[in-house]
Structures are given as C-alpha cells and as structure tokens.
Design a protein. Structure first.
Length: 302
C-alpha cells in the first residue's frame, strides 16, 4: 500500500537541493521566486550555493549531508531537486530514510532523480513526484502548463493528461501504479536495492542524449530481466537529442523501441509529454493511474 505524503498548502516550506550535478544558484533564482509567489517558503540547501569546481554540486559527503538534512528536516513539506545530471546513485546506499518514513514529504525531480524515486518506491512504498526542476522555470517557463502541472500536483489536484495518437501505439486501457523515469537510470539500478518492481504497473520511460545502439541495448536488458513482461501498460515519453554512429543503426528511435515492445498485448503509447524538453508533465510516482490508448486520443489520469 503506497503512502501519500501530505499535499502542500500556502505557508508550507520547500527545500531545494542538488544531490547530483552542479547548478549555479543564479539559474535557480526564478524557481525560488515563483515558489514564493505561489505562497511557499523556500529553504536553500548548501549544494545549491556550492562553489564546486567540477561536475558535481559537492563531494559525495557534502551532497549526502545536504540531502540527508533535507530528508530529516520536519519543517519541510517537500524537497525539490534543482537539477539531475549524475551522482545520486553514488550516495543512495548511505542515506537514512528512518525519519523520512515517519514523516514523509514530497521528493520532486526527474532525470538522475529517477534513482530516488525508484529507491523510495521499492523500499518504502511512499509516493514521489517526477516533475520539472528549477531550470524549467526560466525564460517564462513557469507560465507553461508543464511547470504549472507541478504546482497542481503538489497541491493534490487530480489531472488528466493527453497526447496525440501515434502509429506505433497499441490500443487498450490499463489501471495500475505508475512508476518509471529515465531509461538509463532504470537500467543502471537493475540488480541493486533500488531496482523497480514493474509487474502489474504502468511504466513510463524517457531519455536524452544517448546513442541509438545504447537505447537498443538498454531495451534488450529490460526484456532479458523480465521488466517488460507483465506490465499493465507502457508509456514511451520523449527520447530527445538521440545520436547515431557513423555507420547508421538503421532505425529511428521510435522504430527501434517499437521493435522491442510490439509483441506485448498491454496498452502502449508513444510520444507522451514526459521528457527532458519543455513537454514534461508532473507525474505522481507510486499513485494509481488510468491509461487509455485510443484511436483518436491518449489520456493518463490519476
């Protein structure tokens, strides 16, 4: 049984932390201002103010300490990860969720934060929020429907998202717990204590900047481990900025994925707006959703 953290109300406090890659504090300034305009207080983590000179927002110990303090802080109602990148898996096994279990709060983010979503889902059965992060607020992004979907999700509003039909869709209807995130990270945590259980669930996948052969290899691994065998439904989000080798792989990204999933009988939709691009709806990971893949329309609602 999934536990749902309390939804946010005006006056609640959101912590902002960088558990993985570095982010300049200035790039999070608009996000912080908008969160305050929405009526929330904001607590900045040390890793957001970091003066790190390398890829990470701090050493493993610094990132661990910062995220741990956010998880343990009873004054916080949510923790927004400012950016992803890489690095959460380097600290995940040293995090303590003892206090977090007693008083859950919403963990928000995507990309590398997939590790946190999966780990919390697998081990603690607490809902989290796969959603836009700080950079999405910039350049008036805070006014678009995708960033606003984060606001609505934090407030506990139900949503029905839609996407256009795709030639590779497999029509049908499914209800199940929604899990997923970045494909590379989901494959990365296979065989670890963070590995997702997918049987009977609706799985969503997205990725960015990978070689086509690498995406193919990751789907082969998902199939070999049985992660695609007993799904309730499958959502293929944005696979953006894909790369090809000098000697072409020979298929588009959607053709490649379709070849791996075409024989499954459950509903499958392609092109759903969850991605590293602007089109990235907030999804409550661990919550039950209904997926309808029809001839004229695809909807996903909680």
């Amino acid at each position: 049984m999934i536990r749902i953290p309390p939804y946010l109300r005006p006056g609640d406090t959101i912590g902002i932390v960088c558990p993985a890659g570095f982010m300049n504090a200035e790039k999070a300034a608009t996000c912080i201002q908008v969160l305050q305009d929405w009526g929330y207080k904001v607590k900045r983590g040390k890793t957001l103010e970091s003066n790190s000179a390398n890829y990470f927002s701090g050493t493993d110990e610094e990132r661990l300490e910062d995220l741990q303090s956010m998880l343990d802080d009873d004054s916080l109602n949510a923790v927004l990860c400012a950016r992803g990148g890489y690095g959460t898996s380097r600290i995940i096994d040293r995090l303590s969720f003892r206090k977090f279990k007693k008083k859950p709060k919403w963990i928000i983010g995507f990309s590398d934060i997939t590790v946190l979503h999966a780990h919390i889902n697998r081990n603690y059965k607490i809902a989290t929020l796969h959603a836009p992060m700080a950079a999405a607020f910039n350049d008036d992004g805070y006014m678009n429907e995708y960033v606003l979907s984060l606001k609505h999700a934090m407030e506990g509003k139900s949503a029905v998202y839609s996407s256009v039909p795709h030639v590779f869709n497999n029509k049908g209807r499914a209800t199940g717990e929604l899990v997923g995130g970045n494909l590379a990270l989901i494959v990365h945590i296979l065989g670890t204590p963070s590995e997702l259980k997918t049987k009977g669930k609706i799985l969503f996948l997205e990725d960015i900047g990978e070689q086509l052969y690498s995406i193919d290899r990751m789907f082969v691994q998902l199939k070999r481990t049985g992660k695609l065998d007993h799904l309730a439904g499958l959502i293929i989000g944005g696979f953006t900025d894909m790369k090809d080798t000098d000697r072409p792989f020979g298929k588009t990204i959607n053709e490649l994925i379709h070849d791996h999933v075409k024989d499954y009988e459950y509903p499958v939709c392609f092109g759903f707006p969850v991605s590293h691009n602007k089109e990235n709806y907030a999804l409550k990971s661990g919550i039950s959703y209904e997926l309808k893949v029809g001839k004229m329309k695809v909807t996903l609602g909680d």
